[in-house]
Structure formats: structure tokens, C-alpha cells
Design a protein around this ligand. Sequence first.
Ligand SMILES: Cc1ncc(COP(=O)(O)O)c(C=O)c1O
Length: 370
Amino acid sequence: MSSSADQYDEPLFYQVMQYARTADRDVVDMVSGNPDWEPPRALRAGLTTYADADVDEFQYPPSEGLTRLRESICEQQSIDISRVLITHGAAEANYLAMATALESYSGQEFVVVDPVYPYYPGKATMLGGTVTRVPVRKDGHLDVGAMQEAITNDTVAVICNTPNNPTGAVYRQSSLQSLAEFASTVDAALIVDEVYARFDFTGQFKTALTLAADNVIVTTAFSKSMAITGFRIGYAVFPSHLVDQAATRHMLVMVSASRPAQAAVAAALKQTGSNYYKETRAMLRHRVQSFIEGLETAGASYIRPEGAFYVLARFDGFSGTLRNVKRLIDEAGVAGMPGAAFGSSYDEWMRFSLCTDRTTTAGDRLAAFF
Ligand SMILES: Cc1ncc(COP(=O)(O)O)c(C=O)c1O
């Protein structure tokens, strides 16, 4: 592996968390993307039921995932079951998508946006690919023209994440359609990570599975939507011509995703109505608003998220360096992530996660500090 560890989010992420944890004062943790809210009730019940299942249900599940879980997904997404692989979180789904693109399309280069979820460049480098970053527009949306300019014959895949971490943008379906078509002209895939699909505040989000293209791979997980990042259950939907090789890789690397976690998610998916997701969104909307009020008093610039659960903010004369992040922990009692963790175009900014019920306190503290 030629990449250095500091290219990844994780060490910086842990460094900030560790610093906040050992601070000499109370700190509102707005670093992690670990939901602090309840999973669906049916998820806990599904786990309990599984504990009493027959021993044969404690053995290897089908490599591609439990049939009842895949069937529920297909019902919701209106896709053919043969295209769905249950994975070890969105993390494995993204890895499978990227590795399969490298095997099946021509080129080595992954085109991503800047700022970007840092695991994509990390995985690209690990897989022997290269990375080209294209800055997003001021509002966090895709600069489709600039991305098309960046796409070359060496491009193997364009990776987009919507709703987006860290900008909160919910990409237009027309932008993704253009990128899928453009990628196709250079024999490349479009990978769309929809792990925050349930956190769309605009009502405009549409899965990329509805795009009219055969080079689109969709990745996602239940990690955030069901508040279970520790369960490690996600899935990838491949075009029919790619699914067999992805399934082989999945089988050789993972055998399968964890069976008890799949069983619990299957039960939850079947029994959880739209109200659960609606209530979570309402709670997050409230957190966005209360935090943003503090940011306004602090005189900060910010991007109001259209989706996901992060807020990017910039404070005049106080750029988003690790040093300043530490200062905010010590002097304001609020921990965020340095913008530089996501690339260079937002290194003046900091990202604040809304996975805390103390967003009002955090906003008040920032207002008082600035
Ligand atoms: C954009 C994005 N994709 C994927 C993941 C990882 O998802 P999982 O925990 O399901 O592997 C995250 C986690 O923060 C994320 O922000």
C-alpha cells in the first residue's frame, strides 16, 4: 500500500475525539457520525427473537445475504433481487463497487468531489487507483461542467454521495444522469453512495437506481437510517453484467455479512413504517435549526444542510485547522472536525455533526466564544 495513513479520516477523527474526551472541561461532541437516537423498535425485537432461533440459523447465511432481507429491499427499491448483495456496511459496498469498477471498466482514475468523504480516496489509493478531486459549487452542489472536464479516458469511475457528507447537498437527479452518461462515453462507472438517503430534508431525493443508465452502482447501508453503525449491514446494487464478479469478491473476502445483524435488520425493515424515519428527520431538522441560530449569532458562514446530518461552518479569521479545532474544544467546549479532513477546498471550514442532543448548547457556546 503506497498511501500514508494520514490520508485517511480515521486517525484525525480519533485524534480529535481523543482530545475532546480528555479535555479539562465539558465538551459537546460534534465529531462522530454515530447516531445518538433509538433504532426502530422492531430491530431490538428482531435481535431478541434471533437469540432463541434454531442452531441452523446460527450458521453461514447465503453469501449474497438473507433472502428475506434482499426481498424486502427489492420491494422497496423496485429492483431485481439478483442485483443486490448484502454487505458489511456501506464501507464494503463502496469497496466492492470501486474494485469491480477497476476490474470491469477501462482506466485507473476515480473522480470525486472536494470536499469528500475521505474513505473514497483512501480506498482508491489502496486499490492502486488514482484520485482526481473536483471542487463543488459554493452551495455544496455538483459542478457538473467541471466534473465532465475532469473525466478522461483514464477515468474508471465517478463517485458521488448524496445526501452528502460533509456538505449536506442533495444532488439533482439531472446532474447524476449527466454524469452517468458522460462516464459511459469513456467506459467508466458512476458509483452513488446513498447511505444518508433517509435524511433528505428537501423531499427531492431520488435514488440513482432510477437513472436511465447501465453503468450505475448504488451503495448504501442501514447504519445511519436505523441508527446501528455497529451492526455493519449495508448493500450494493450492481448492474446485471457486474453482479457476478462483485459477488465472487464479496464471497472470497467476507464469506457473508453477519447473520444475526441481517436477521434483525430484516425484521426491522419489514415492520418499520415511514413514521420512524419521519420522526428522526424532524428531530434532526430541529437540531439543524438550533445549531444554526448559534452560528448566526457567532457571525459564522454556514451551509444549511439539505440532507444528512452535518453542518459545515466557517468563522472569519479562524480557519478550520486542527489547532483551531483543539482551541474550540478547550475554550468553547465544542468539538468539530477540521475541514482539511475532507480535502482542500473547504479547509477554512469545520464540520459539526448533529449526532448530539446538545446542539443548542453547542450553538450558544460558539456564539459566546466568537
Ligand atoms: C458517505 C459515507 N459513506 C459510507 C459511510 C460508512 O457507512 P457504514 O458504516 O455503513 O460502513 C459513511 C460513514 O460515516 C459515510 O459518511
